[in-house]
Design a protein around this ligand. Structure first.
Ligand SMILES: [Zn+2]
Length: 325
């Protein structure tokens, strides 16, 4: 994202100043308006002095996303007052609860299909998107990953969830859904943010139609072996005109598809190596005909073992969709 400069903040502050003055001259000015006017004037003075955006305690730059939301800030995150810190912690806990409420039930069944997943953000909130939804075109699995981490990513994840749920409710094919989701995401998010998204629609006789927008390939666990499936197109949110292609598969009873985010395959261990797709293929091999909850548990255990105590670096989502035998 392009860093906003002093000119940007000066015009932001002057805009706020004129809004405050309007209220002030209408005679509605309580002490609060006068206080805010002084705060805005002080921020404008800091711009003139060249100290705007620097923490008054440590003189380090204040976090840009916080400053964009509130140009009156004078402290970095490390130097918030006790009251400010408590308010921020409460906001994050609330965001975490809201995000948790957007997740589908842990296990789901639809016709011959059964699905289960594991979702584990690296912090209180995450940018991974995972959904299961039954609709007229089949049983839909959605798996995505917002660029970035933390609160901003979790807000965009909620946005992506709302977009996909609306599109699913009108009975779109996976390819039409991906194209519409891309256009909507392009129009409503800042150009610095994008998301990878994989959409798979499972039909009543074992058929699966999959569209992949820049997401990790799914893994097909068949009786005769495992393999990655689903070539990736462009992530959504980058180009409004992006076109997507669908891939069709037919699963046999006992087969599973494993969907995951890069928090699995790019997880660092204690050495320089990442978990990697090869390891996932090895781990998934031998899980044919296992119930999806067991398959997911098996993958998550191997990820935990691989990290061997190293802190979780990124959000993790793993989902298995199984055609029951
Ligand atoms: Zn500071």
């Amino acid at each position: 994202m392009k860093q906003p400069d002093a000119t940007f903040f000066r015009s932001e502050l002057e805009e706020r100043r004129s809004q405050l003055m309007t209220v002030h001259t209408l005679g509605n000015a309580g002490g609060e308006i006068g206080h805010l006017l002084r705060e805005v004037d002080m921020a404008l003075e800091r711009i003139e002095r060249g100290t705007f955006g620097l923490c008054e305690e440590c003189h380090d730059p204040i976090e840009t996303d916080r400053l964009l939301a509130n140009p009156l800030l004078r402290m970095c995150l490390d130097h918030l007052t006790h009251v400010e810190r408590r308010a921020l912690e409460d906001d994050i806990k609330l965001a975490s609860r809201i995000q948790g409420s957007l997740l589908p039930p842990r296990q789901a069944r639809w016709g011959p299909w059964e699905a289960a997943y594991h979702y584990q953000p690296a912090g209180l909130t995450g940018g991974d998107y995972c959904d299961l939804q039954e609709c007229e075109n089949g049983f839909f699995v959605m798996m995505g990953d917002i660029s970035g981490k933390g609160i901003a990513a979790s807000l965009l994840m909620s946005n992506l969830h709302a977009i996909c749920r609306s599109l699913l409710s009108v009975g779109m094919s996976p390819i039409a859904l991906m194209q519409a989701a891309n256009r909507l995401f392009c129009q409503h998010t800042m150009s610095s943010h994008y998301a990878t998204l994989l959409c798979a629609a499972a039909g009543p006789s074992g058929e699966v139609t999959m569209v992949n927008a820049g997401h990790c390939p799914a893994v097909l666990v068949g009786q005769s072996g495992v393999q990655p499936v689903g070539a990736a197109g462009l992530p959504i949110g980058l180009f409004c005109e992006a076109k997507y292609e669908a891939q069709s598969l037919r699963l046999r009873p006992g087969d599973s598809l494993v969907f995951y985010t890069d928090g699995l395959t790019e997880a660092p261990g204690t050495g320089s190596e990442e978990y990697g797709l090869e390891r996932l293929l090895e781990v998934a091999d031998g899980t044919w005909s296992k119930p999806p909850a067991q398959l997911v548990q098996h993958v998550v255990s191997s990820w935990t073992g691989f990290r061997n105590g190293a802190p979780q670096a990124d959000d993790l989502a793993v989902l298995a969709l199984t055609l029951r035998s």
